[in-house]
Design a protein around this ligand. Sequence first.
Ligand code: UD1
Length: 418
Amino acid sequence: MDKLIITGNKNLKGCINIHGSKNSALPIIVSSLLSNENLVLSNVPNVDDINNMITLLRGYRVKINKNNKSIIINSKNVKNISADYDIVRKMRASILILGPLLSRFGYSKISLPGGCAIGTRPIDIHLKGLSKLGVKFEIENGFVIAKTANNLSGNKIKLPFPSVGATENILMASVLAKGETVIQNAAKEPEISDLGNCLISMGSKIEGLGTNTIHIQGVTQLNKASHKVIPDRIVAGTFIILAVMLNNKLEIKNVITEHLESLTQVLKKMGANLTIFKRSILVSPSKKLKSHNVVTSPYPGFPTDLQAQLMSLMCIVNGTSQIKETVFENRFMHVPELNRLGANITLNKDKAFIEGNQTFKGAQVMASDLRASVSLVLAALCAEGDTIVNRVYHLDRGYEKIEVYLRELGAKIKREKF
Ligand code: UD1
């Protein structure tokens, strides 16, 4: 298992171009299952979750030609088989193939998904939503077996929580369903709108993207289309937080700044010096950074996917900060590892209390999930001495060659393979 060896060095400068969004690209690639025609995608990030999704779909005989960040997908000869357990177990997003396969074949068997170990992460909202479209489910030996007697039929579906994955699954299942589907209390994340916009380019009839009520009028078939994936707001946010921690000048380019508003508002309140342009954010040295209290929540609230990174920053500002995590019930696995690096964080149920004014000091740490891993990299870059981050495969799931990007900014970071 690879590890990263990072020598703290606050002298990072320059600009960084943000790659395409993993969480957009995953459902968009899956949406190709709904059509017999080519789907041409650009700005697809080169990260392991995407490669795993491509391998999963190839197992279904989907043709995928990948050329760096562009891919051409054709699902004309798709075969409805049982998904490869080894891939599904690695990636929770595998559950997204359920809706499109049901729409196409009326039957799907897929093993219960894995992914980051952040909470129990059930799929009940996916299943209840799809059952409203006429699907019957059984869970057998760790597999979900889903069937429809007739074609899927549109319905009104009210989600008990605006789940990102459930909204995407139901959206994909309903574009070819008979009649109208209304998803109430839908997730409003930009990645949902990106998927919806791609489906519209393919010929779907969808209204209300980015709001909590999405209306879908079923159509009989989808056509060929091309689509450019939006920039990854979480990767962008990670580098913005890093720049504030380093207190240096760094420009984060190729972003959609509206998608980062909840983060930039928090950072400004903490005293960060940000200049926000339409497609880039310039971080300049700030006078004094201070503590703040943050509650994570679905978009447009503060993203749970930036919680760990923000916590690293909170360790080195003036004063005590608080973070309340409301989206996942077990998303503080980075806390003991940050404490090993010299942080002073205590936990009480869904709240973390972060004592500021700490100095990170290099140590051996263990990456436990995707965003937890990167919070350790941020701390290590600001630490005195060397830090070894073990089990970095989590990082590779969502950040393109992070050590290469960081080295270009002047970081001392190397990967050791085992
Ligand atoms: C997606 C993102 C992930 C992000 C999360 C929340 C992808 C590939 N991943 O994950 O990076 O952290 O949104 O912004 O896009 N839940 C249920 N039952 C369900 C579905 C979800 O109880 O059927 C719960 C989950 O356990 C969790 C919460 O709802 O506590 C949010 O999950 P959800 O919005 O579905 O996240 P994902 O789609 O898994």
